[in-house]
Design a protein around this ligand. Structure first.
Ligand code: OAD
Length: 300
């Protein structure tokens, strides 16, 4: 993609935000870090904290194959990424502001913390590309429950089981134990470990993205008149590919702490997103973000 020849200044960014009617906002973990939630790939991010598990790749904590073999690994770390109750950041509130101004086409979030809902982003304006903790399902029969039902287990690092699969699970475990006693153990039977286990509806590596993503993305990339990528390293496909699918004449703006070498943007605002967006709204656009930290950041 060749960058837009006449789009590279802050004024261009402001004009685009003023004019746009269908903004596609693509967000990642960086928009929640000001609440103390770690991102994934930074040097102190979530994956760096997973090294003690000794996995080949720390991302495997979200591998569906590993969950199938041993769900206890996910259950041992999930408490670290449980979303906070009511909070949201100025950046989440900015997305809500775009919604209030009738400018938000859709927020595609890779975050599983569901904080967009706390900010008041309406469900129809949101695509949770990697699912969320809002619901959970049985790994075997798909029985669905509200996500909070699992929270006590996740906090206690104890696997939660599906009530409807309990009898069959017990029979399978007995069969497995008998086989082990008889020495006819087979790795195939490791699948028993995940039989009837409840799993938050987070999209794991090896799983397809939610239908909602596929239902909206094709039309949304055609319809959008401005792309804002905020707080994401754009390392995980297919979400990272959205950037290339947006038509060439649509301005693309990055707001991120670190630069992203593998994608081209028209303007890159490198820094902390709460600060960058607060400054832009206050100084340049004269928009007020409805968040308690808005005034605090202006004053700092
Ligand atoms: P990453 O951790 O890969 O990237 C976060 C980006 O946010 C980095 O480039 C940081 O520089 C930037 N960042 C951090 N704090 C920031 C701040 N305050 N202001 C601005 N930028 C900031 O996270 P994602 O791109 O979201 O999957 O990762 C994508 C997916 O990978 C996640 O959805 C997750 C993970 O595997 C699942 O949870 C299933």
């Amino acid at each position: 993609r060749t960058r837009l020849p006449n789009f590279h200044t802050l004024n261009d960014v402001c004009n685009a935000l003023q004019k746009a009617r269908h903004i596609l906002v693509l967000t990642g973990a960086g928009i929640s870090t000001s609440l103390g939630i770690p991102d994934f790939r930074s040097s102190t991010g979530f994956y760096s904290r997973m090294k003690y598990l000794g996995l080949d790749d720390p991302q495997d904590v979200f591998s569906v194959d590993l969950f199938r073999q041993d769900p206890s690994i996910f259950y041992s770390i999930a408490h670290l990424i449980l979303p906070p109750d009511k909070a949201c950041t100025p950046l989440h509130a900015f997305i809500k502001l775009l919604q209030d101004k009738g400018k938000l086409l859709r927020n595609y979030t890779q975050n599983i913390d569901n904080l967009e809902a706390n900010a008041g982003v309406r469900p129809e304006n949101l695509v949770q590309c990697h699912g969320s903790f809002a619901t959970a399902s049985c790994f075997t029969c798909n029985y669905k429950v509200p996500g909070e039902v699992l929270y006590p287990n996740l906090r206690a690092q104890e696997i939660a089981y599906c009530p409807f699969c309990a009898v069959e699970r017990k029979a399978l475990v007995q069969k497995y134990e008998k086989m082990e006693d008889e020495g006819s153990y087979s790795r195939r039977f490791e699948d028993i470990n995940s039989f009837g286990v409840m799993k938050p509806d987070i999209t794991f590596f090896g799983e397809d993205l939610p239908d909602r993503y596929h239902n909206f993305i094709k039309e949304d990339v055609k319809k959008c008149d401005l792309l804002l990528c905020i707080g994401t390293s754009l390392k995980v496909a297919p979400v990272s590919e959205i950037v290339n699918k947006v038509p060439n004449d649509v301005p693309q703006i990055l707001i991120n702490r670190d630069p992203i070498d593998h994608c081209e943007f028209d303007v890159e605002l490198l820094g902390y997103c709460d600060q960058a967006i607060t400054w832009l709204c206050n100084e340049k656009l004269h928009w007020k973000i409805d968040h308690p930290k808005f005034e605090e950041i202006i004053g700092s």
